[in-house]
Design a protein around this ligand. Structure first.
Ligand code: FES
Ligand SMILES: [Fe+2]
Length: 350
């Protein structure tokens, strides 16, 4: 046992964050998202291309997403300044010729944005990026297709939301269910882990014998692999060889006290709307249980920090804080991130 490092609630920058599911951003429409306390307008032009701008007008700061978008240009609702999707101002209706500034002098901030696997990713930089941006998170493509997107706002900082994803010992308690596992159904676990770029991987293994829902859904004895990458992305890939399931969970800080938790699911298991409906019901219940659990933890930790990280079951939580610290140090020293995780076998009971 050891004392936890004090959770650092500052954000991680220089990363891609999930902002929305692709189907949420319709052609010729814009939406507002708050990402790491930054207001972001995300839009799709009439040709289907996605774009993202800082959602404050360079003139007097009004939310641009409250204005009009004709599929080509965003028009601020307050004085009608117009902007192309790369942020260049194209019209200032109040200005006479020769007055300063003119439209060509004004530029709204734009974000790098990518659409991949049915997900919209927005890059939140740290200000000293040089060269190419990192690649966007991607799910293993083989045999999977987009099925569901669930979203919930967790009332806690992103550290609590993210570490909740990598905590293997709460399942039998918070998620106790006859379909999944109960309080008495706790078994010895031993899993091999390897470092990967910006995170670690729970190496491919046969899914736990007490994960009944998994076996029911995929049939047979699925093998599964789980990766965690900074800043808070968990990807689970399970396959029987015949059918495949892939789940991507992405935690995006909204503020220092609220976190967007997105869960995107891909599978090629036969079955249509009924399967989707059942999985959605179950996954929503799971996410709701996690949301309630971390909110209670937030409330408890407000009274009694520090907490304890045990050997085995809490090791991944310790890794998370180590990687986050290294992320900030590497940025402060302007050097590449060095993954401190070594290949390890962890043992616990869950
Ligand atoms: S505040 Fe946007 S045009 Fe004036
Ligand atoms: Fe959970």
């Amino acid at each position: 046992m050891t004392n936890t490092p004090k959770p650092n609630d500052t954000f991680m920058r220089g990363c891609w964050y999930m902002a929305a599911a692709a189907h949420e951003i319709k052609s010729s429409q814009t939406v507002h998202r708050t990402l790491l306390q930054e207001p972001v307008l995300i839009g799709r032009d009439r040709d289907g291309a996605i774009f993202a701008l800082k959602d404050t007008c360079p003139h007097r700061g009004t939310l641009l997403s409250r204005g009009l978008f004709d599929g080509t240009e965003v028009e601020c609702p307050y004085h009608g300044w117009r902007f192309s999707t790369d942020g260049q101002c194209t019209a200032i209706p109040s200005q006479k010729e020769g007055q300063k500034p003119q439209a060509e002098d004004i530029h709204a901030s734009a974000y790098s944005v990518k659409e991949n696997d049915g997900i919209i990713w927005v890059f939140i930089g740290c200000g000293n990026e040089t060269g190419d941006l990192p690649s966007v998170p991607a799910v293993p493509a083989i045999g999977t297709r987009f099925q569901l997107h669930l979203h919930r706002t967790f009332q806690c900082n992103s550290d609590l939301a993210i570490t909740g994803l990598m905590d293997p010992a709460h399942g039998a308690f918070i998620h106790a269910s006859s379909l999944w596992r109960g309080h008495r159904d706790v078994r010895d676990k031993e899993k091999a882990f390897s470092p990967i770029e910006h995170g670690w991987c729970m190496d491919r293994h046969t899914a736990s014998g007490n994960a009944r829902a998994y076996r029911l859904f995929l049939g047979g004895a699925p093998e599964t692999e789980i990766t965690y990458t900074m800043p808070g992305i968990r990807i689970e890939h399970a396959t029987t060889g015949k059918v495949t399931y892939c789940g991507l969970t992405a935690c995006t800080p909204i503020t220092t006290e609220t976190t967007s938790v997105h869960h995107v699911m891909y599978w090629d298991v036969p079955g249509g709307a009924l399967t989707r409906g059942l999985v959605k019901l179950m996954a929503s219940r799971f996410i709701g249980q996690d949301a309630d659990a971390v909110k209670d933890m937030r409330d408890g930790q407000a009274f009694t920090p520090p907490t304890i990280l045990v050997e085995g079951a809490d090791t991944q939580i310790r890794w998370y804080y180590r990687l986050k610290k290294e992320w900030h140090q590497a940025q402060a020293e302007n050097r590449p991130f060095q993954n401190p995780i070594l290949p390890t076998t962890l043992k616990w009971r869950s």
